[in-house]
Each structure stands twice: as structure tokens, then as C-alpha cells.
Design a protein around this ligand. Sequence first.
Ligand code: UTP
Length: 290
Amino acid sequence: MQVRTAVIPAAGLGTRFLPATKAVPKELLPILDVPALQLIIDEAVGAGIDHIVIVNSRTKPSIEAYFADAPEIIDKLVASGRIEMAEQMRSIGRDVRVSFAYQDNPRGLGHAVGCARDLVGDEPFAVLLPDELMGSSELLAAMCDVCVATGGSVVGLKRVPRDEVSAYGVITPIGEIDADGVIGISDMVEKPAVADAPSDLIIIGRYVLTPDVFDAIADLKPGAGGELQLTDALRVQAAVGPFHGVLRDVARFDTGNPVGWLSAVVELALDHPQYGVGVRAELERILSSP
Ligand code: UTP
């Protein structure tokens, strides 16, 4: 058994980033010079995934346009000697198979994942939320290994200060975290009050799920916010087990809001081989000016 497919839900409205997201999907907002969605696909490919299923909305056709052939751009690049960039343009959507499913209404993350059922089939699959950047494939690759070894679903975990748990899904752990950062999970709760939180371990936007989750999604009733919540389907799986989390201290950026997006851009820009030195000098100039 191998995890070969990744589902990327991208049919939401992006209301936290309006008005920018009125015409440009937040999944295509640039992280320096690359759309956030491309970084998510690169992360999945780095973890061994070879089929991407994007759950899109008919109101966001530019997501599909990003994967279309662009001969006029490539011809221009080749004619002006920019061969490396021409190759990069050619490789978009070609180094990995990309399929599209559609969600007619944004009825919640659980519903969005359920829309990918036919394209995923009867095998374990990853889910990557495209507005959370992890910076590396290591966490997802480790999660895929745990799913294959245990035969159960796996979520990505991060430890946060107790007073921050109320913004996230929080897990109820079984026992202690092992040397590889793996821990059993018996339950989880969405956005608990600090006093009620079962731990300080939050679920970050990476999941590797066994296909029985689709039956649990099909049975979902509207939960928090009237939406069909993925967490509610995962609770059904966790109740019967096995169900695990993989804990990492990742530098996670929430690019679905302006400040998180800017932090991700600055971090990536400072490390960039071409732009890094200039960006650092410019930031220092801005910060030191009265
Ligand atoms: P978010 O809740 O962060 O995205 O869902 P959103 O609803 O677009 O954003 P805000 O809160 O209004 O600003 C996480 C991911 O799940 C997708 C979103 O596109 C986003 O990438 N999603 C969410 C769906 O595909 N369908 C849904 O019904 C809900």
C-alpha cells in the first residue's frame, strides 16, 4: 500500500483576504513569485504523491487556467533566451497528474473532501489545505509512512501555547509521543475553550486518510457554523482506531490572511538565492527609517 493521491480543497470563498480574493483565488496569491498552490503541490510531490485532485469551485476558473498550456509565453521566453523559465512553465501540471473535482457550494471542508471521492478511489490519500505552508515535505512523508504502517488515518500536529488552542482543532492523545513524534489519538474537538481543551496539540492542515472516511463524510450532519466539518468525520474514525498524529515543530504559515501571507513571503524572500540579499537590505532600510 502506498499513498499516491493528494486532495487539495480550494473551493472556499477566502473571505479573510477580501478584497484581494474577490477576483484572485487565495490559492493563486503569490508567495514571492510562485502561487501558493504550486508550493503545496511541490510539497505533495516531495512526499511521493503522483496524483493531485484539486477540489475547485466553478467561480474560480483561474485555478484551472494555471495548469493550461501557455505556448505564447513559452515561445516568447525561448525567443529571448530564458530557457530555464520556459522549462519551468512547461513543467507546470506535467510533472504530476492534476485532476479537478467541483464543489458547487462551499458547504464545509468535510463536504469538499467528499467531492473528491470518485477521483481518489478506494485507497489512502493525503489532504493538504492550500492556505497552510509547511516549507518542506518531511511532515507529510512521515505521515504517509505512519498510515501505511498502521492502516489508520493520520493528522499533522503542532504544539502551541495553551492559551492559543481555541483557534484550532485539538486532539485527545493516547499515551506518550514516541521518538518519531507519533502519538495515538482517541478523539478531537474543534475550537475548544482553553479550560476544556484536551491537550495543547493542534491539528495543522495535513491529513493522510483511509478511504472509509468517505462513508463518515457521507453521513455528516451540519456541525460548527452550519458546515459539514471534516473533524466530525475524523472523530468517527478515531473512535474505532487506529488513528495517529505526527508532531513536528514546523514553521507553519497561514497564508489565508494578510499578515500570515506577508510573513510567508518575507521568510521565503529572505532565503531566496536571487532576491534574498536585496530584500534584506530593503527591509532594513524600511525598518530603520524614522
Ligand atoms: P478555509 O476556511 O481556510 O477557507 O478552508 P475559506 O473558507 O476559503 O476562507 P475564509 O475563512 O472565508 O477566509 C481551508 C481550505 O478549504 C477550502 C478552502 O478553499 C481552503 O483552501 N474549502 C473550505 C473548500 O474547498 N470548501 C469549503 O466548503 C470550505
